[in-house]
Design a protein around this ligand. Structure first.
Ligand code: 9Z3
Length: 342
């Protein structure tokens, strides 16, 4: 156990320094939010990818996690398709909407291209680059969607690397987005470290190996979802993700998160099945989850979303579960907005 008191959100931000790009990032988000307010659009903040935990100030080594940002990048595309403006806050170099179809080597972009050498007799004999015939249809549909999003100005991208960058950015973006009140949706799919090394405990230079084995005691990252719900956002619809590797923990942990933070929805997923099934967990009513006399099973509503498991790892035209997740969330979010108007 750490000898010092655990960090609260307040003590965290009072002692850990903001990233250098924060002010600049906030101005960009402010302008984007103003534009969307004028256009009367709903806005979703999508967080995506893993966070690093540096072990040194002049960082050579860091802890990281598995997340490639597939959930976030894929969902962002479906939110754009559903008419949302999207703030895509992602781990630098993780997957991004649209380019995800061709990055990270499973479908490398260079394999889509061919070099065509014109006949020797033609006036211009410079070799030309063209897209392979069988790849054109897919590329055209991705490119068309990408260009249309660029033209409408509905995608704003921000990057983080460390868990500290993530926390500062999340707080600032949430505060800016709160101008949209119920029209803001928060979709927290990033895989955020639960532990970190406070700046005050970090070695300035590269940790030396001469002393033998390495012992590092990390502090717990504060549970910022509580501050997000109570202080940083006003009436926004907040969706958090709960990742587990032990299926037996998924439901109790998702329920506990709703009880503890008081937000609208937890999407539970297991590491190995996360691409094919997720569990939506919500309070059955606003009061039921805090009322001890209400039986746990009736205090929460749980719904599985499932898609088929592909027959081969490379099977194309496989339905992406994010399509159903986003469809269902857009429906629930719109109900949430209309609830206020009644
Ligand atoms: C998720 O559970 C995401 O669905 C995944 C997506 C990270 C599994 P990929 O990027 O994976 O598509 O490879 N995100 C949230 C994970 C998380 O850190 N949740 C916290 C927790 O479980 C609470 S907010 O304690």
């Amino acid at each position: 156990m750490s000898e010092s008191a655990p960090f609260s959100a307040d003590s965290y931000f009072a002692t850990q320094p903001p990233p250098a790009s924060l002010e600049h990032d906030i101005l960009g988000v402010r302008e984007f939010v103003q534009q969307q307010l004028k256009k009367d659009r709903n806005v979703v903040l999508v967080t995506s990818g893993g966070t690093t935990v540096p072990l040194e100030l002049n960082v050579v080594r860091f802890l990281d996690n598995f997340s490639a940002g597939t959930r976030g990048a894929t969902s962002a595309e479906y939110f754009l398709k559903a008419g949302y403006a999207v703030i895509f806050m992602h781990r630098q170099f993780s997957l991004q909407p649209f380019s995800r179809h061709y990055s990270h080597s499973t479908n490398p972009f260079l394999d889509f291209l061919e070099i065509e050498t014109p006949p020797v007799a033609s006036p211009d004999s410079t070799p030309q680059i063209c897209v392979a015939k069988e790849k054109r249809e897919d590329l055209m549909s991705v490119l068309t969607a990408y260009k249309s999003v660029q033209a409408s100005g509905t995608l704003h991208t921000l990057a983080f690397v460390t868990v500290n960058d993530y926390l500062w950015l999340l707080r600032a973006v949430s505060q800016e987005l709160s101008a949209l009140r119920r029209r803001a949706l928060y979709y927290l799919a990033a895989a955020v470290s639960d532990f970190f090394l406070p700046r005050q405990k970090m070695s300035e230079h590269k940790i030396q190996s001469g002393k033998g084995s390495l012992h590092i005691e990390m502090d717990q990252v504060p549970k910022i979802l509580k501050s997000m719900v109570d202080e940083w956002t006003k009436d926004g619809f907040i969706v958090s993700f709960k990742l587990e590797t032990d299926p037996a923990l998924l439901i109790p942990k998702a329920r506990a998160a709703l009880k503890r933070y008081g937000h609208q929805l937890v999407i539970g997923n297991e590491l190995h099945t996360r691409k094919y099934q997720v569990l939506f967990v919500t309070p059955s009513s606003h009061t039921s989850i805090l009322d001890d006399s209400v039986d746990e099973d009736s205090a929460f509503t749980e719904t599985w979303l499932r898609v088929d498991i592909p027959s081969t790892p490379s099977a194309v035209s496989q339905k992406e579960i994010e399509e159903d997740i986003v469809f269902e969330l857009a429906r629930r979010h719109s109900e949430w907005i209309n609830e206020k108007k009644l």
